[in-house]
Structure formats: C-alpha cells, structure tokens
Design a protein around this ligand. Structure first.
Ligand SMILES: Nc1ncnc2c1ncn2[C@@H]1O[C@H](COP(=O)(O)OP(=O)(O)O)[C@@H](O)[C@H]1O
Ligand SMILES: [Mg+2]
Length: 575
C-alpha cells in the first residue's frame, strides 16, 4: 500500500476521483452552466445572428425607398368662438375631443374634399400627444413631393371642412335670430296699431297702458339685431377652430428602409433566436459533455480520469503517445492522474488485469490504454499491454511494433509467450502482446480456456496487465474478456458518446458481472469540462504549480521527478 508515495493517506474510495476534479460543481443548472452552454454552442448563436442580420440588411437594401411628410394642425377655439361662449371661458380641448377630431379628419367628408383636390385620397396616419392639441398628419409615398402634398391637402381639407361646418352653424343661428326679429317687428307693429286707433285722449290712455310693453319689445329687438350683426361679422372671421401650424415639407431622407435600425433590431432578434436554438440543441443533444453528465447517468461509476482533447491527434495517422513524447503536457498529466486513480484500486484487493473498453469504436480506448501503460511503467511498474481487440487491432501501431506474432499465435500454440511478448523501445518495464493474425472467430477464441491460462501467465509475470478491448455495444468480446479482468474501465468521449450508449454499455457489463471500477472521460475541452482541464505544468509557472499542488494534480509529478524505481522482484502468484 505504501508504495504509492503517501497517497494511501488520502481517503480511500472517492479520493481517487475527487482528486482529479478539484472544484466539483454540483449545481449544473447555475449561471455557470448557461455560460458553458453558450460557449460550447457559440457557433449556433453566431450563425443565427449572421443569418438574421444578413437577411434584414439584404431586405432593407433591396426595398424601395419611401418618404414620410408630416403636417401639424393646431386645434384651438378661435377668437370668434369666445364671443359665442356664454360663460366667456376658454374651451380647453381634452384628449377625448382630440380623438373626435382625428375621426373627423379621417371621415368620408374630409376624404371627399381631398379627392376633389388631388384626385385621390391617399392613406395617412395621425399622431397626437397628451400635452398639446396638435394633430400630426403623416403621409407616405415613394415620391417625396407627393407625400408632402397629401399631408398638406388633408390638413387644408380638414380646416375647410371645419370652417364650412362652423359657417353653416352660424348661418342657421342668424336665420333663427332673423325670424325672432321679424316676429318682434310684427308684435311691435300690432301694439302701435292699437295705440294709434281712436281719439287723441284714447291714444294717450293706450300709450300709457301699452307703451312700456312696446318699449320692452323694441329693446329686445335691438338686442337681437346686435347679435345678428355680430353673427354676420363672425361668419367672415370663422376659422373652424383649426390652424395649420407647420405645413409638410418635401422630405429628403427616406423613412424606409433604415438599414442601421433594421440591422440593430435584427441583431437583437437574431441573438435571442440564436441563444434559444443553442439551448434547444443542448437540450436535444444526448451526448456526454461533462463529468457531471457521467455522474448523472452512471452514478455508481466514479470518473477516474478526465483526459483533455488534444487538437492534432485526430488529424495524424500515427497516434501520438503524449505520455512518452511530451511528459509535461496537460495530456500526460491527465494520464498520470488516471494512473494514480488506478493505483488506488489496489488498496482493497489486488488488481492485476485491467480491461479498457467503451460503448463504441473510436472513443479513445487504445489511446487511453497506451498512455496509461506508459504512465504506469514510468512509475516503475512492470506492465504488459495485451491487444484483445482481435477485430481492429491498433495498439501495436501506437508503439510502432509489428502485429505478425501476438495473442492469437500464443492461443493457437504456435509460439511461446516469451517470444510473442515484444519489449517496447525506450520504455523499460513495458511489454506488448500484439493481437497477432486475425482469427475467424474472435469471440470463441476469447472465451476459450487457453485465453484464461495465457492471461494468468502474464499476470504472474507483470505487475499490471492492460487489456485493449473491442467496444461493448457492437460485439460481445468485451463482455467475454471481463471474466478475466480484475477491473474494467469504461471510456467515454465528451461530445461523442451518447448518454444512452454509456448506460447501455454499463448495463451490458453489469449483466455479465464485469468488475466495473470506474470510467474515463476522454476528449474533454475547456467548454465541455467546466474548466477542469489541465494546465501545462512547467517549473517556472509558480502559480500554476501552486494550483496543481492544491488540487492534487501534482502527485504525478512528484513521482515523475524521482529516479525510476527498478522493477520490483516478483512476489509470487497472487491470483
Ligand atoms: N483525448 C483525445 N484527444 C484527441 N484525439 C483523441 C483523444 N483520444 C483519442 N483520440 C483520437 O481518436 C481516435 C480514436 O482513438 P482510439 O484510441 O483508436 O479509439 P478506440 O480504441 O476506442 O477505437 C484516434 O485517432 C485518436 O488519436
Ligand atoms: Mg482501439
């Protein structure tokens, strides 16, 4: 136990995985999560934004130009109306009256007047404000002059209509007064006729009797006359209560299109749409994206390693063994961290044969296994890598070795194990048993007693035997191999492996009682990992070093800096 340089002092089970994950974020629904989603799906947001803004700009640039011209009408009780107002007070126009006037402005009568003047009644819009009595009439036209003409014609037609109405009212009133005057005249005449009849004495008597009444009537008549005269003056003065305060001018700048405004609005809409789509895609995307996802779908499978995605790997033909080629890289550090977690497994029981598999092909099984092998060997362990993937063997390519003689050759009894084992150049303590010539029936061969024996022989000779397996879902080989393993590692790749695939693979392995010990999340990016990637460790970067120590990632380095331990003397067969 003590051989792992003090790590035994750490908590046993979950210590292995939690030291890999420094600041566990158990709240994936937080703001941080939303930001991660946006960071991961920025392309969707960007494309949406570009599409919406682009089309808005395109449309507005192709659009015909239209011009708006506005005329302002001030509604005001005219001076002549004050004369009429019995109380003599200024009649204020509340908003309601302004609304009535807008209705009048758009009425058939006014439209008819406009039609008479310019041979048509174009559509107009009106605008009123709460703090004044101005009605703004706006007309829109492709020809600027026509727009101004329409607005002004409407304004003038309204004024004319209002004046006609007012004049008609006055005329009706004068006619009524005229009638009163005529009636009074008749009455006065009748009284005078009565007075003038008979003798002078009689006349005098009647004058005394009827005179006051006659005088009253005359006075009344005079009043009516005065009013009538006033009305005659008013008819001339009458404005109808509306004035054109600012006539429409010919516009020079088009009202539409306004590319800047359209672009701005489209930007807002595009952004909302893009963010919405990003979250929709995120919701629909069933792939594993973070450690939290793994924890969620297979809760009893601790994540033993987080391997960052390395940019150039997928592009190269020859797989890179980052643990060998660039030991200070974040990737190598991640594999050392995985190594530590794997070493922890031996605390409870001897773990000699470790199987590495994943739900599907190309999820990084071989990559993980090869790098882990180098990491283990560099910590002084004697490691044998066995290629149990008899269908698509690749481990030998990783180490640049041949596949002519290998596992199948041993199983068929063609060569001895010692001849089939190839030492891996520059990696003391590391041996490879390639797959050998492809057999016609891999599953049968793997379930044979000879396989068990062969692996037993290897386990007796090495500290750790790593089995590279085919994927779980397409073929049954991994389930078969699990019989021989002490530990099964399930690899999943961020953004590639689907949640249900991981669950299905987990269930299949559980069904055959595979010794599942944990998972490895491969190919994580800064976006997918909630920031749990490994920083390159170099001695100059003191702060990073401090961080690495704090988070426990420095454990691997301590071992790295130590002189390589000689292979431990074999302590007999443990299995
Ligand atoms: N962490 C990683 N970052 C980048 N590329 C990776 C990573 N892990 C694996 N790959 C690449 O993915 C491909 C498949 O990996 P491999 O280990 O052969 O998968 P498997 O053994 O599961 O079929 C390889 O080209 C490998 O270089
Ligand atoms: Mg493979």
């Amino acid at each position: 136990v003590g051989r792992f340089l003090g790590i035994a002092a750490l908590p046993r089970h979950h210590g292995a995985s939690s030291h890999v994950i420094p600041q566990t974020n158990n709240e994936p629904q937080g703001l941080r999560h939303y930001l991660q989603v946006l960071r991961r799906r920025w392309m969707v947001v960007f494309l949406c934004l570009a599409a919406v803004v682009g089309s808005a700009l395109g449309v507005s640039l192709l659009q015909d130009k239209v011009y708006d011209a506005s005329a302002d009408l001030l509604l005001q009780p005219s001076q002549s109306e004050f004369l009429f107002d019995q109380s003599g007070q200024v009649i204020t126009q509340p908003q309601r009256e302004l609304g009535n006037e807008v209705k009048v402005l758009k009425s058939v009568s006014v439209r008819k007047l406009v039609e008479e003047k310019i041979g048509g009644a174009p559509r107009i819009s009106t605008h009123t404000a709460a703090d004044n009595d101005v009605i703004r009439i706006t007309a829109r036209n492709r020809v600027p002059k026509q727009a101004a003409l329409a607005a002004n014609t409407y304004a003038n037609a309204y004024i004319e209509y209002r004046r006609n109405q007012a004049v008609a009212d006055l005329v009706a009133a004068s006619e009524q007064i005229q009638g009163q005057i005529t009636k009074l005249e008749g009455d006065i005449k009748g009284i005078e006729d009565q007075i003038n009849q008979g003798t002078p004495v009689q006349r005098e008597l009647r004058t005394a009797e009827l005179g006051p009444r006659r005088d009253a009537l005359i006075e009344q008549q005079t009043l009516f006359r005065q009013k009538f005269d006033q009305l005659q003056v008013d008819v001339g003065l009458r404005s109808g209560g509306a004035r054109l305060v600012s006539p429409a001018e010919v516009p020079t700048v088009p009202a539409e299109p306004q590319p800047v405004r359209a672009g701005f609005l489209a930007g807002i809409i595009g952004l909302i749409l893009g963010v919405g789509l990003a979250f929709l895609f995120e919701y629909l995307d069933d792939s594993i994206k973070s450690k939290e996802d793994v924890d969620q779908v297979v809760p009893d499978l601790p994540v033993l390693g987080l391997i960052p995605a390395m940019k150039d790997w997928r592009q190269r033909d020859r797989p890179l063994l980052v643990s060998a080629t660039d030991p200070s890289s974040p990737g190598a550090e991640a594999y050392r961290s995985l190594r530590t977690s794997v070493q922890f497994l031996s605390l409870d029981r001897p773990v000699r044969i470790i199987q590495v598999t994943s739900p599907n092909a190309r999820e990084g099984k071989t990559t993980t296994l090869s790098n882990l092998a180098i990491a283990l060997a560099s910590a002084g362990q004697r490691v044998v890598v066995v290629c149990c993937d008899l269908r698509r063997p690749r481990v030998h390519e990783f180490f640049g070795l041949s596949n002519e003689i290998g596992f199948t050759s041993v199983l068929l009894g063609e060569v001895a194990m010692s001849r089939a084992l190839q030492p891996i150049p520059d990696q003391p303590g590391l041996h490879l048993l390639a797959s050998g010539p492809p057999p016609p029936n891999p599953s049968e061969l793997l379930s044979s007693q000879r396989t068990r024996e062969a692996l037993g022989v290897l386990a007796a000779q090495a500290d750790i035997v790593l089995l590279d397996c085919p994927p779980v879902l397409p073929v049954t080989d991994a389930a078969i191999i699990s019989k021989y393993a002490d530990a099964t590692l399930l690899v999943a790749t961020a953004g590639v492996t689907h949640k249900r695939e991981l669950v299905r693979a987990y269930e299949l392995l559980r069904q055959v009682n595979a010794p599942l010990v944990g998972s490895v999340l491969n190919g994580i990016t800064r976006e997918s990992s909630y920031g749990y990637t490994y920083d390159r460790y170099t001695p100059e970067k003191k702060s990073r070093r401090a961080k690495a120590v704090r988070t426990g990632n420095g454990a691997g380095d301590k071992q790295q800096q130590q002189p390589k331990q000689p292979p431990r003397p074999k302590s007999g067969t443990r299995r």
